[in-house]
Write a protein that binds this ligand. Structure first.
Ligand code: FE2
Length: 306
């Protein structure tokens, strides 16, 4: 159609979509155009602001490398990642879920560890953590034989792939749940950490006077044929940034209740000083069992973290 006024532009673009053969593609693109045009009208985007926006989107791609995904970082910083997660888990967004963002640092091929074993592969100073998890179905029945990948940052907030002082695959391990659906490991209590602010995500955070920290957490990826695979994160109940996570990942269902033991016998004889225990239950829904593409393909040299 020939455009006469600004109002005509939306109709002209939507009209040109009639040849789109795939109905889902057509639905998504039509909604995108409607909402994008409505957004531009609502804020009355100026030409100068439009140029600036194009520059930010170009920079998102330019900043992305095999070891860093700036697009995922800005999706988290805008709450998009967790919205997509919560919409597609927990009975399609109607119930609490243990599903959470995968994050950028899952690696394939983490070493298999027997239940109760340690995630430490090189000396890692920190307070000892003894974790016990259960994997259950929606009726509470144990799921045996589920594969559980675990990974987390060190007590100074660095993943092994960011830190030359840590051994390969330190603080990572793969477990299989037992007949009662449980898995157990020993590690050190992780610390929170900053996300990078040298790209467009940093521009966004500074413009809003937001900090760039994530509360401390453990990562999980739970996989069992017949059930929907979930990535999960369990956050530290004593972290000061639970309510202002720069990536909006924290949900009520995922605040882990750490128990601090100031004295008394620890589960292992070599533990000195205070230690922590943490228990958490993960519920799997029926659905497609699939493994995501690893977000990184090699170690990073700089201290980037998300
Ligand atoms: Fe993380």
């Amino acid at each position: 159609m020939i455009i006469d006024t600004q109002e005509d532009v939306t109709a002209a673009v939507l009209q040109e979509m009639h040849r789109t053969p795939d109905p889902r593609t057509k639905e998504i693109l039509a909604a995108l155009v409607r909402h994008l045009h409505a957004f531009i009208r609502e804020v009355h985007l100026t030409e100068r602001e439009f140029q600036e926006a194009v520059g930010h989107i170009v920079a998102l791609g330019q900043k992305t490398t095999p070891s860093h995904n700036e697009v995922m970082l800005i999706c988290g910083s805008l709450g998009v990642s967790n919205l997509v997660c919560l919409l597609n888990n927990g009975a399609n967004g109607t119930r609490p879920t243990q599903a959470n963002n995968l994050g950028p640092f899952w690696r394939e091929g983490s070493p298999r560890v027997a239940n109760g074993g340690s995630l430490l592969r090189s000396p890692t100073p920190g307070e000892a953590l003894f974790f016990k998890g259960w994997v259950r179905d929606e009726r509470g029945a144990p799921i045996a034989g589920a594969e559980v990948d675990v990974w987390h940052s060190s007590p100074i907030g660095l993943y092994e792939n960011q830190d030359a002082t840590q051994a390969e695959m330190n603080l990572r391990g793969k477990f299989t749940t037992e007949a009662d659906g449980s898995f157990r490991f020993r590690s050190v209590k992780p610390a929170g950490y900053p996300v990078p602010i040298d790209g467009p995500a940093g521009v966004l955070l500074r413009a809003q006077q937001r900090h760039n920290l994530r509360p401390a957490h453990l990562h999980f990826l739970i996989h069992k044929p017949g059930f929907k695979t979930i990535a999960s994160q369990v956050y530290s109940s004593d972290d000061p940034y639970l309510e202002t996570d720069s990536q909006f990942g924290v949900t009520k269902a995922l605040i882990g209740d750490y128990v601090r033991h100031a004295d008394g016998p620890a589960p292992a004889p070599d533990v000195a000083g205070p230690w922590y225990s943490l228990e958490h239950t993960f519920v799997l829904e029926p659905g497609e069992s699939w493994l995501p593409r690893p977000p990184i393909s090699r170690k990073v040299a700089a201290s980037h973290a998300e």
